[in-house]
Design a binder for this molecule. Structure first.
Ligand code: AMP
Ligand code: MG
Length: 495
């Protein structure tokens, strides 16, 4: 038989990347056409993500050329681009704000892969837009590194998120609380449409545009919903379900978003807009990562209920297309869907195949002891796989050791009753309890080195965090709880 070579699709260069912009093709009320404003100095490519390039079927070799940094810093046009800033509104800290939109982000276009996946390519920090209000349209290197590392870390953790193709940067000065330097993040997502995109049209009584937006989201992202009796109800149900799943993942991994305004909530259920986020280190359910969040509105343990508030804002915008009972029913499915998903995830983190009242009780008691002792959340769960079968060093992480011993006896007894037939169950636990998370102090160290033009630490963190469940020999120090100076880092919004 003749040898049949495997047909590989040729990879694209930036000149051949097929580019359309379906969002730009929507009516003028949806966006503003705006070109990126070049930085004063030519930009340097600070980091490049080959896995994200692969999503676009873009040849990673293109990153070696100066033209790549020129395009992804906004100095040169991406061939075929039709750049727009998206318009939206939103509830910020509970208050409706009518005048929002991409103040420093510009969607260049979208590319559709051979298997029909769409990826919007967006520059974040590429200059002012009509929605910049008082902002300068720029992003600083610090916040760009945080978003870049965290979005890849979330992807590595299996959590839906926007992705990032690269960071470019220059010495151009940007004024925040101090002088910093400018950078541009190239962000990728199937769509950047937010709950706030719907609120814009609802509150302005633009019902035709509202319906056009819903149709756009359904046709481009949820085509199967077209067959539903009322596709808009099906859309709402899908967004509720995806948001419940997303929140269960955030809570299970200890991720605090920090600014869960409705303009930062993706209708695709992606983690969107990384600002003052933080991963839980020492377990404190009321953890507030955003230092401007004076009342703890977005505290870690409030996130699921904030998600429900945000979903109600979203559901309200769809009322012109459905009756109120259908909207209520969809919203009522959030809490049970979230609770089921969270319990199941936590049961699996404990090593059980599914949640049960007994596993829920064990979890509650473990978390209560962790709160009393300030135990490191990630490290403790990572150690459970060996704790389950005899190793007991995790005991030292608790103040009341007798109470912990009682818990451990109950835990082992329940595990024994659920004798796992899967010989690989401890490895399975390690696939659900990450070893590495983006600790704030690690991000801070990488940022400070990058500000001194050494990007090696960004690269090291990037490599570890892309596969956070693996061991990474020699990288043990990246699992250390924060040093004293970094225990209570809160991050500001000024990014
Ligand atoms: P965020 O809380 O980061 O999602 O930002 C809220 C709004 O402020 C969004 O519409 C952003 O586009 C806008 N924004 C944030 N920073 C800037 C900036 N430096 N220049 C212009 N607009 C900004
Ligand atoms: Mg935002």
């Amino acid at each position: 038989m003749a040898f049949q070579p495997v047909q590989h699709l040729a990879m694209h260069t930036l000149d051949t990347l097929p580019l359309t912009n379906s969002f730009a093709a929507l009516p003028a009320a949806f966006h503003a056409r705006v070109q990126p404003t070049p930085l004063m100095q030519p930009a340097q490519l600070i980091h490049f993500n080959p896995a994200a390039a692969a999503l676009l079927n873009l040849d990673p070799a293109s990153a070696a050329e100066q033209g790549f940094a020129d395009i992804f810093s906004g100095r040169q046009a991406l061939p075929g681009a039709d750049p727009v800033a998206m318009r939206y509104a939103g509830h910020q800290f509970g208050h409706y704000v009518a005048q929002l939109g991409d103040g420093r982000a510009i969607v260049l276009g979208e590319t559709t892969t051979a298997d029909g996946e769409r990826w919007e390519i967006q520059l974040k920090g590429a200059g002012q837009t009509p929605y910049s209000r008082d902002g300068d349209g720029r992003a600083v290197l610090r916040s760009t590194i945080r978003e870049y590392l965290c979005s890849e870390a979330m992807h590595g953790l299996g959590i839906p998120t926007t992705r990032a193709l690269c960071i470019t940067g220059t010495d151009d000065e940007v004024y925040r609380e101090q002088i910093e330097t400018a950078a541009v993040l190239t962000r990728l997502a199937p769509s950047h449409v937010r709950f706030g995109s719907f609120e814009l049209f609802f509150y302005n009584n633009l019902h035709d545009e509202l319906r056009a937006l819903a149709d756009y989201v359904i046709d481009h992202h949820f085509p199967a919903l077209r067959d539903a009796q009322n596709p808009y109800i099906a859309l709402l149900q899908t967004v509720v379900e995806r948001t419940a799943q997303l929140l269960s993942q955030w809570q299970a991994v200890g991720f605090a978003h920090g600014v869960m305004n409705t303009d930062n909530m993706s209708v695709l259920g992606l983690t969107l807009d990384y600002g003052p986020f933080g991963f839980m280190e020492s377990w404190q359910p009321g953890f507030v990562c955003n230092h401007s969040d004076y009342h703890g509105r977005y505290a870690f343990d409030k996130q699921p209920q904030v998600a429900l508030f945000n979903l109600s804002c979203f559901a309200q915008t769809l009322l012109p297309m459905m009756d109120v009972d259908a909207a209520k029913a969809a919203l009522e499915s959030f809490q049970p869907a979230y609770e089921r998903a969270y319990s199941d995830r936590m049961a699996r983190k404990l090593g059980f195949a599914a949640a049960s009242p007994a596993s829920d009780a064990l979890l509650t008691e473990l978390l209560a002891q962790m709160a009393d002792s300030g135990t490191d959340y990630t490290n403790l769960f990572r150690s459970l796989a060996t704790l389950a079968t005899g190793e007991t060093s995790a005991r030292d992480r608790f103040i009341d050791r007798e109470r912990f011993d009682r818990w451990l006896a109950d835990y082992r007894a329940l595990l024994a009753r659920h004798t796992r037939t899967d010989p690989d169950w401890q490895a399975e636990m390690r696939r659900t309890n990450p070893k590495y998370i983006l600790r704030n102090y690690l991000a801070q160290a990488a940022i400070e080195q990058a500000q001194a033009k050494d990007f090696a630490e960004v690269d090291r963190l990037f490599t570890i965090l892309r596969s956070p469940f693996d061991e990474h020999p020699g990288m043990e120090r990246y699992t250390a709880p924060p040093p004293d100076w970094a225990k209570n880092i809160q991050v500001s919004c000024s990014s």
